[in-house]
Design a binder for this molecule. Structure first.
Ligand SMILES: *Cc1c(COP(=O)(O)O)cnc(C)c1O
Length: 221
């Protein structure tokens, strides 16, 4: 078994003290690794691939909270809509529309985070700050009654330069606070930022939810 139990317990203690939620990112990892963390008390798991998530949900304990953290294609929303706990990567209105439709079919309200593009790399998905603010100010979120927008999510650049990371996290936290003020909604309370390599800095900059994989499960192939 490759789960780092000691590290998990240490990180969990630190995050609990800071009131930050932990999503254990388990993509590509076998069910027994997830079960091992579950047995230590972990309930929130994050997955990137729809088929893998659907397979794991079918076999692992029913009280797991499944977070979808990958890039979600509209035509696949229907497979996770019955059970997903939080969709982190909502990066456009077409996707919002489809999540709303599938949530309605399942008689649910699905919680989502709007993904904001904060990294310098072209490859990372998300709203830019201008289109995010345009959406928020337009009132169009009201068109999606079966979607609850709970906050923002972002991925920093792939760099070890702390000053670059800090700047990107600060920018996202600033957008988060602006949207929070504008929406004035108590449910808008989640800022998902920080991964294995940068979660401490993300927390300093105001993260309320970190997504940690390799520190807990070991490196992915
Ligand atoms: C894989 C992934 C993570 C976890 O990355 P680690 O570096 O293994 O902690 C976090 N967030 C997203 C969106 C991911 O795809």
């Amino acid at each position: 078994m490759s789960v780092h139990q000691e590290t998990y317990l240490k990180i969990k203690t630190t995050l609990d003290a800071a009131k930050v939620d932990l999503v254990a990112v388990s993509k590509t990892k076998p069910n027994e690794d997830l079960q091992a963390l579950y047995d230590l008390g972990q309930r929130a798991f994050g997955e990137n691939y729809v088929q893998e998530l659907v397979d794991k949900e079918a076999t692992l304990p029913k009280n797991i909270q499944w977070h979808f953290i990958g890039h979600l294609q509209s035509n696949k929303v229907k497979y996770i809509a019955p059970f997903v706990h939080l969709i982190h990567g909502v990066d456009g209105e077409k996707l919002l529309q489809e999540i709303n439709k599938q949530a309605n079919k399942n008689n649910r309200v699905i919680s989502c985070l709007l993904q904001v593009h904060i990294a310098s790399e072209e490859t990372k998905f998300g709203f830019d700050t201008t289109s995010l603010m345009e959406l928020i100010h337009s009132g169009r979120l009201n068109n999606y009654p079966n979607v609850l927008v709970k906050g923002l999510m972002g991925m920093a650049s792939f760099t070890e330069d702390q000053s670059v990371l800090k700047k990107e996290f600060e920018g996202l936290a600033s957008s988060f606070n602006q949207v929070k003020t504008k929406l004035n909604n108590i449910h808008f309370d989640t800022l998902s930022m920080g991964m294995s390599s940068d979660y401490a800095l993300a927390i300093q900059e105001g993260s309320t939810m970190v997504r940690i994989g390799s520190l807990l499960f070991g490196a992915r192939n």
